[in-house]
Design a protein around this ligand. Structure first.
Ligand code: PRX
Length: 632
């Protein structure tokens, strides 16, 4: 049974119902899933705790809703179509039946290695079907997966392993990405020197790179599967048992482990997938995200597979071997729904329309955008050259913490406006707040985006530190979840996301805490202090601009800048490498020692005429020096 909305009046009707009677609304949606035991109570909540429980005391296994549920009706339908990095390497297709067998077998491998319900398993893998199989096998046995994007450094990896006390790591010998082959197992080995909880590592052979295998700890994936049965009974999970932890950056300190639980996440990821993308049975759907991010979790793996969809998984990058790669894949598999990030759209836009010309793109019905605000120019380019003005664009706003899409058009149903995420999904109660914490009602208002009622896919806690969850999301505005984003509601009641209002920057759709990048820069032995801000970047959306005070010793500026970039790559990973580094003699600080980031942001943007009041600064001259030395 599908809960798909088909018309605009249907949307308004469902939305009203979801607000007037949220429990009845979500109970109806949840009733279309397979529960081992039905819930006693749909919702219990208190945003002060925060303490949110959906489908209380219900028992389920999410993989039964993906695998057993579709086995007899859709067994031969492709579940995952995998397209490798090299266009001439053969792809792979796993039907629902094949996926079922693979997940069961790998679940038995996990059990055989002593993984039990509640154990944490780190997945640090390339975009191969085994990564999805690994996630589902964890869910099958009740282990909690934590996928770490395979571009993160060994330090980022060991921090995450230590934070969740992972028992196992699933990885590969190496990864192919574009023209590069990246050693991965070596990064894991380095990370494991700084951890003590990991008992075993299973290594998927992808690049045939030579690796060290530590006896008694490291096992080859293919050898582990030898002779393993495909019979596996799914563990019975409570609706509020942990399904996964996904680390994401915030405005302070280290990344935090966002916790999602089984029942609510299952209901929300499928419901939002079907409605936003208007997926019809038999359609071929492709989301280009990496499984290391929430988009890969909810809209490559869980949402589509819960809906019985065919989901494409692509190992490579948009510009390899050329800037037509995405479009060649769209034609090859006759993709109907295509979901990507504005940064990819802008990067391809910069290559012109020639790379698109060889492809018809006739199969496309819906285009999606996610991860950062899409500028109007990119929106129009996407609409005209990829969608041929025929395909609605769903600009989907959501977050790691929300588990699924919150504000978005329903494809072909909600009228769209360039750069607008438009309207909330049913069940999503938005509030716009002014700086004093009052809700701004009516249209044509702008403020901070909050959510005032629970939805099933929402964050439950930050792993191991509930207080941090409370302080980050539930303390700014009483009884509201605060998103960290600024928003405008226009005269039509449509929402436009304006970007982060906290110290989080969004680089190529990747969330980064300025404090996190500063901490990494400060690891360089000659760095005394640093301050990082975002600035508008044509392709990445935002770039990273770092102001650094350091002891030059006998280095040249160029050498030092290079070394600092290398330090950040080593501590976090290449995605956090600053685009611009300015060596400064001081930072603009107030008398109480607080860095005036507003000034640094304006200088980085090149907006020096309007720096505001600098009279409260300890040393106003510093500003002149910073302006003079600005990196173009
Ligand atoms: O600032 C918003 C931006 O990305 C942030 C969430 O990042 P993350 O948890 O990594 O999840 C990204 C994928 C869901 C948000 O706080 N963001 C995400 N989607 C949009 C967006 N900003 C504007 N428009 C969007 N469609």
């Amino acid at each position: 049974m599908s809960d798909r909305i088909h018309t605009l009046s249907g949307y308004f009707h469902e939305y009203q119902k979801s607000i007037a009677q949220p429990e009845e609304f979500w109970a109806r949606v949840a009733d279309s899933f397979h529960w081992k035991k039905r819930w006693d109570k749909v919702l219990e909540w208190d945003f002060d705790g925060p303490d949110v429980k959906w489908f209380q005391n219900a028992k389920l296994n999410i993989t039964e809703n993906i695998l057993e549920r579709h086995l007899y009706t859709l067994g031969d339908r492709p579940a995952i179509i995998w397209e490798p990095n090299e266009p001439d390497e053969e792809g792979r297709t796993l039907t629902y039946k094949e996926l079922y067998l693979e997940v069961c077998r790998f679940a038995n491998v996990l059990l055989g290695k002593g993984v039990k319900k509640g154990d944490k398993v780190i997945i640090y893998m390339p975009m191969v079907p085994e990564a999805a199989i690994a996630m589902l096998a964890c869910a099958r046995v009740g282990a909690v997966h934590s996928v770490v994007f395979a571009g993160f450094s060994s330090t980022s990896l060991s921090d995450r392993i230590n934070d969740c006390e992972a028992k196992m790591v699933l990885t590969s010998d190496g990864n192919f990405r574009g023209s590069k082959s990246i050693p991965v197992k070596a990064v894991v080995d380095e990370a494991l020197e700084k951890t003590s909880t990991v008992e075993s590592v299973i290594v998927y052979q992808r690049t045939k790179t030579e690796v060290d295998m530590k006896s008694g700890r490291d096992y080859w994936w293919h050898e582990s599967l030898e002779g393993v049965s495909a019979e596996n009974e799914a563990a019975e999970m409570d609706s509020e048992d942990l399904l996964f932890i996904l680390y994401t950056s915030g405005s302070t300190g280290k990344p935090k482990g966002v916790v999602h639980t089984c029942g609510g996440y299952m209901v929300y990821s499928k419901y939002s997938f079907e409605n936003v993308f208007q997926y019809s049975p038999g359609d071929v759907y492709w989301c280009t995200a990496d499984i290391g991010w929430i988009t890969g979790h909810s809209y490559i793996v869980y949402g589509p597979l819960l809906a019985g969809a065919t989901s494409i998984m692509f190992e490579g990058v948009p510009t390899y071997p050329d800037a037509g790669r995405f479009w060649s894949i769209v034609d090859k598999y006759k993709v109907n729904q295509f979901y990507t990030a504005p940064t990819a759209i802008r990067a391809l836009q910069a290559k012109g329309t020639d790379p698109i010309k060889p492809y018809s793109l006739k199969s496309l019905k819906v285009l999606g955008s996610v991860g950062e605000p899409i500028n109007e120019e990119a929106w129009h380019w996407y609409h005209t050259h990829i969608g041929k003005t025929r395909c609605p664009i769903v600009d989907t706003w959501w977050q790691t913490e929300t588990g699924g899409i919150m504000v978005s058009p329903l494809a072909g149903i909600t009228p769209t406006k360039p750069a607008y995420a438009t309207l909330p999904l049913p069940g999503v109660q938005l509030a716009i707040m002014d700086p004093e914490g009052n809700e701004l009602t009516g249209n044509s208002v702008e403020g901070n985006l909050c959510i005032k009622f629970p939805w099933p896919g929402m964050i439950r806690t930050t792993y191991g530190d509930h207080e941090r969850c409370k302080q980050t999301y539930f303390a700014t505005y009483k009884n509201h979840y605060f998103t960290g984003d600024g928003v405008k509601r226009d005269h039509d009641g449509y929402y436009r996301i304006l970007g982060r209002v906290d110290d989080v920057i969004n680089v190529s759709g990747h969330r980064m805490g300025t404090a996190e990048v500063e901490n990494a820069i400060n690891e360089h032995p000659l760095v005394v202090e640093s301050a990082v801000v975002g600035y508008p970047h044509q392709v990445k959306g935002q770039g990273i601009y770092a102001y650094v005070i350091c002891d030059m010793k006998n280095r040249t500026k160029e050498n030092l800048v290079g070394e600092i970039k290398d330090t950040v790559t080593k501590i976090i990973g290449p995605i956090a490498k600053p685009d611009k580094i300015q060596i400064v003699s001081g930072l603009p600080k107030t008398r109480s020692g607080k860095i005036m980031r507003r000034i640094l942001r304006k200088v980085a943007e090149g907006n020096m005429d309007n720096l505001g009041d600098t009279s409260t600064l300890l040393d106003p001259e510093v500003v002149e020096q910073i302006i003079e030395g600005r990196v173009e």
